[in-house]
Design a protein around this ligand. Structure first.
Ligand SMILES: [Zn+2]
Length: 106
């Protein structure tokens, strides 16, 4: 059902709803957000055991948990690291907030 979603409309609605309640919507680059381990940062093949389960294959890590939760942590990490996209430009720019230390993203 995700592939059939009208993402432009979803972004418009989320922007509207977030603004209505005093928030803002930020987009981050999607590549590897579902395949990267949010605990150690490694991207290893086969870490998605099924749709819902993420198990890190890094021998020194082995973190496991819900795959959506893992992806959400990666997305938050990208945002906190200043990798938010500017929707009008459609490209990534670095807008690092000096108050947020990278370590707090984990
Ligand atoms: Zn890991």
């Amino acid at each position: 059902s995700i592939s059939q979603e009208a993402w432009g409309r979803t972004v418009t609605m989320l922007t509207y709803k977030a603004g209505r309640y005093g928030g803002t919507l930020h987009k981050v680059p999607a590549p590897h957000t579902s395949r990267r381990c949010s605990a150690c940062g490694f991207i290893t093949p086969g870490s998605r055991q099924d749709q819902a389960t993420f198990v890190c294959k890094n021998p020194g890590c082995g973190w496991s948990g819900n795959a959506d939760y893992n992806a959400a942590r990666n997305i938050l990490h990208l945002y906190r690291m200043g990798h938010a996209l500017v929707p009008a430009a459609g490209r990534a720019v670095v807008r690092r907030d000096k108050r947020v230390k990278p370590a707090t993203a984990r």
